[in-house]
Design a binder for this molecule. Structure first.
Ligand code: RIB
Length: 315
């Protein structure tokens, strides 16, 4: 399972400080209730994906922006401690860092608010500044917690450089124009993001396949639809390949999608094999929901191997 040759991954994306409250239920409007627990952690979809890939052994660079507050310094330190190249982590004067108040229910299900803060200042010019680092990468990862024009610019520049790209279109936006993503190698939406982006229903397996194919017809290379407890679907012009779910008892599902994408990028860059990388990613994400928090629930290669050894042979 260990990757043969670790790859180089670059992330053009967000970082946040996660303010995680563990709740028994959400308060009604105007109501105050007590919650049993609170934790603060490093998060943000971009940073989470970067940390997952780095923990697994990829060489990771991050292009992002933090605020000039204590959170910004902490984020910078956290990325560096994970061995991530932070030469393109810039501090924005007068801006707060991104923060994410998160509510986790006893079932492990989560609800998230994001305040972009300095992430909103990551612009196409910053991608150009980081060109040397980005064009040396095997894969560039993106999400939608930074300005859309930065994502579109990165997809276009990466295509010119011949670097493959992965976009996790979260948070989803209905007005995202797929034609702007024509050069994208991999789109990794969940069901609702796929429905929003394609404008098509995703209520059944057939509808999911048709919606994903409609995006491929418009120029996206491959669509990987994540379905939570139902696994994932790899959709190409050749058809749909189901990626089996890995069943665990969830403690906290926050950041599981990011664990999946970071691990997918790691194993894809290392092995060049999409289906195998997705199967590893499904296991890595399953492991992450068995612990609290986002990045801190991501396994080291040793912990991941032990988790996989303990799974039933079919998983
Ligand atoms: O995907 C989980 C992440 O979403 C959290 O870490 C939070 O920061 C938000 O970006």
């Amino acid at each position: 399972m260990t990757a043969s040759k670790p790859g180089r991954i670059a992330v053009v994306g967000s970082n946040m400080v996660d303010l995680v409250t563990y709740i028994t239920r959400m308060p009604a409007p105007g109501e105050t209730i007590e919650a049993p627990d609170f934790e603060i952690g490093c998060g943000g979809k971009g940073a989470n994906q970067a940390v997952a890939a780095a923990k697994l052994g990829s060489a990771v660079s991050m292009v992002t922006k933090v605020g000039d507050d204590i959170f910004g310094e902490n984020t910078r330190r956290n990325l560096a401690q994970h061995g991530i190249d932070i030469r393109h982590v810039e501090t924005v004067a007068g801006k707060s860092s991104g923060v994410a108040p998160i509510f986790v229910e006893a079932s492990g299900e989560n609800s998230i608010l994001i305040v972009k803060g300095a992430n909103a200042d990551l612009l196409p010019a910053d991608v150009d500044t980081a060109e040397e680092t980005l064009r040396a990468a095997d894969l560039i990862l993106m999400q939608m917690e930074v300005p859309r024009e930065t994502v579109i610019h990165t997809v276009r520049r990466a295509a010119e450089w011949g670097v493959r790209t992965i976009l996790n279109p979260a948070p989803a936006a209905a007005d995202l124009n797929v034609d702007d993503l024509r050069d994208l190698s991999f789109l990794v939406p969940n069901e609702s993001e796929l429905a929003l982006i394609s404008g098509l229903p995703t209520g059944s397996e057939e509808e999911i396949a048709a919606a994903a194919l409609s995006l491929i017809e418009r120029g996206i290379g491959t669509v990987i639809v994540t379905l939570g407890g139902r696994g994932a679907r790899l959709v190409t012009r050749a058809g749909v390949v189901p990626i089996a779910p890995v069943r665990v008892t969830p403690v906290d599902t926050t950041g599981a999608g990011d664990a999946f994408i970071g691990a997918f990028a790691h194993f894809l860059a290392a092995t060049g094999e999409v289906e195998g990388a997705l199967a590893h990613a499904a296991r890595y994400a399953a492991h992450s929901v068995t612990g609290r928090g986002t990045q801190k629930s991501y396994a080291t290669p040793e912990a991941f191997e032990a988790f996989c050894r303990a799974l039933p042979p079919s998983a």
